[in-house]
Design a protein around this ligand. Structure first.
Ligand code: FES
Length: 569
């Protein structure tokens, strides 16, 4: 016997409540048969002109609708909060959990049976997945897709990655401000997300590795007609998923998360994937910890995309995209169900690679053992992470004196002083950029190299903070130090001149200061007063978990799948 559709609790009632639910929807011209019991499919859209990366999602929503109608469903599009990474202050990450709440409560409150998640820009994908997972109706992702390759002065240039390089070149006097300004237009030539393997493309790739989208979703350019066809096919598939009652909890198993961790290493993915996967796992009740990320440590880098390589997402697409990567990883992947209903092994079977310079084989990788490394020690008792594929190998084993910036204002005021007492060996430390401290854990971990060293040609230094880093950034940057300084972590106690030891190979991050001295400093430490005292930001500061737990809000962990039975009238 097929399960009664959830939408019957809204549109199947022959009383006043059913009249109200149907009649007001009919003001949009929907005929009677739209309410005849067919699956109602929500299309959860993060389109916004303030999220340029997601500005193509209105078109893709139309593609999804075609597929839903074709399969006998009833599509209904609805907006949720959109998070424009390059536009929001203090950081879009502050609002990821707010988007997740919006998505969760919208899905729960309305009479839908399944949902298509239209996201793209960095935080929109995890925010939507977290919200959908907490309701656990059938769900599938369609991503914005990357922008076309950036082009400037006859070269390919990549979102983010080249901005950091250009910015350092201007500071070193190697690039004119005029050229810097001219590169802006060449970098962003079409709709879509950053076309480097930044956080957006990383998360779309991991969505594919977890089986939460149709294959090829991650890399098809935003403006490629095949993405519209993919949206159409996704609309068809979600109707079938509702009939099959195939839910996120069936797909997002521990094995699926492990596949995401393995894939993240192979694509040279963003460090941000760590906090997003941890938070998502918390929603579906999977016990995922930083330790689980160690399985990525031995996975080689296969995808030659910026910031870990040289190509861009358009090239990755034409080389075959994620199906090729998953096929290369087939002997490593765990058995896990996908939105197609079968195993991940069938999902990418037989995918062919069309350019081995862009996607390397597992037997001849771009770099060996490229996965993220988890570091621990008295400076990060609950962990910190570093991305070796984007780091300088020689700096991954390093011991030196620290120079400390107490907060971002201190850094901005002093980083370019000619008499800053630093050398290329110094370890730069930035405090006050964790989830509670900033608040929202901004992407400031790849702090700029001091101007006097940039002029000497220094392009990388060991940097340590409780911040995150853009997925498009590079460098020997130790991130997500947990607990953060503003939560009383040891990071708060570091002083300029202290020695710090980093060993990526041993997973070590030690502040070489005697315990008695640290205790004395701790006794004198007082937390900074919070930067916000009202509204959502206050709620966030009061309830946010640390980075090693995904920086979700404590009361949002888990899910609630109970039916909504009470009416509004
Ligand atoms: Fe939106 Fe990079 S800023 S995807």
């Amino acid at each position: 016997m097929t399960k009664e559709k959830r939408n019957r609790g809204w549109y199947g009632k022959l009383d006043k409540d059913g009249f109200i639910h149907r009649s007001w929807m009919k003001n949009q011209g929907f005929p009677d048969h739209a309410f005849d019991g067919r699956p109602v499919i929500g299309i959860c859209n993060t389109w916004s002109e303030l999220t340029p990366c997601n500005s193509g999602l209105r078109d893709l929503a139309e593609g999804v609708k075609r597929g839903v109608w074709e399969a006998g469903g009833f599509p209904v599009e609805f907006p949720v909060m959109s998070l424009g990474e390059t536009q929001m202050k203090p950081t879009a990450m502050l609002f990821r959990n707010l988007l997740a709440m919006d998505v969760e409560e919208s899905i729960r409150a309305y009479g839908m049976d399944g949902v298509v998640l239209l996201g793209g820009c960095d935080k929109t994908t995890p925010g939507q997945l977290m919200g959908a997972a907490s309701v656990d109706l059938p769900a599938i992702v369609v991503s914005s897709g990357p922008m076309l390759n950036g082009k400037w002065q006859g070269k390919d240039i990549g979102s983010g990655t080249d901005v950091w390089k250009f910015s350092e070149a201007v500071r070193a006097g190697e690039m004119t401000l005029q050229d810097f300004m001219a590169a802006e237009s060449g970098m962003s030539r079409s709709k879509g997300v950053c076309m480097t393997m930044g956080t957006a493309s990383t998360m779309a790739s991991l969505v594919e590795a977890m089986g939460m989208s149709l294959p090829t979703n991650a890399a098809l350019p935003a403006v490629d007609a095949r993405r519209m066809a993919l949206a159409h096919l996704t609309g068809k598939r979600i109707v079938e998923m509702v009939e099959e009652d195939l839910k996120p909890s069936d797909i997002l198993t521990k094995q699926a998360f492990e596949n995401a961790i393995l894939a993240n290493a192979a694509v040279g993915g963003s460090t941000n994937a760590v906090v997003h996967l941890l938070a998502l796992a918390g929603r579906v009740g999977i016990d995922l910890t930083l330790k689980d990320f160690e399985i990525g440590g031995e996975i080689p880098l296969l995808v030659n995309c910026m910031p870990s390589g040289t190509y861009l997402m358009e090239d990755f697409c034409y080389a075959g995209g994620m199906p090729v990567v998953l096929n290369e990883l087939k002997d490593k992947l765990r058995s896990a169900k996908t939105v197609l209903g079968g195993d991940i092994s069938a999902y990418a079977e037989g995918a062919e690679c069309w350019n081995r310079d862009v996607i390397h084989s597992i037997d001849a990788p771009l770099k060996p053992a490229a996965g993220l490394r988890v570091l621990r020690g008295n400076l990060a008792p609950r962990g910190a992470i570093v991305k070796p594929s984007a780091a300088t190998d020689a700096l991954l084993e390093h011991e030196a004196e620290a120079y400390v910036f107490e907060n971002i204002e201190d850094l901005k005021a002093n980083i370019d002083h000619e008499d800053l007492p630093v050398t290329a060996d110094t370890i730069l430390v930035l405090k006050g950029c964790g989830p509670k401290g900033y608040p929202g854990m901004p992407e400031l971990g790849n702090m700029p190299i001091p101007a006097k060293l940039v002029k000497e040609g220094v392009r990388d230094m060991v940097r340590i903070s409780d911040a995150r880093m853009s997925g498009t950034a590079f460098g020997t940057v130790i991130l997500h130090v947990s607990p953060e300084a503003n939560d009383g972590g040891t990071l708060a106690l570091v002083q300029t001149g202290d020695r710090i030891k980093v060993s990526a190979s041993n997973g070590q991050l030690e502040l070489l200061v005697p315990e008695a001295e640290l205790e004395a400093r701790r006794a004198n430490w007082t937390p900074e007063p919070p930067h916000y005292t009202r509204g959502y930001a206050k709620m966030y500061i009061d309830h946010v978990l640390q980075a090693d737990q995904g920086a979700d809000l404590d009361f949002l962990v888990g899910k609630d799948t109970r039916p909504v039975t009470r009416e509004s009238h």
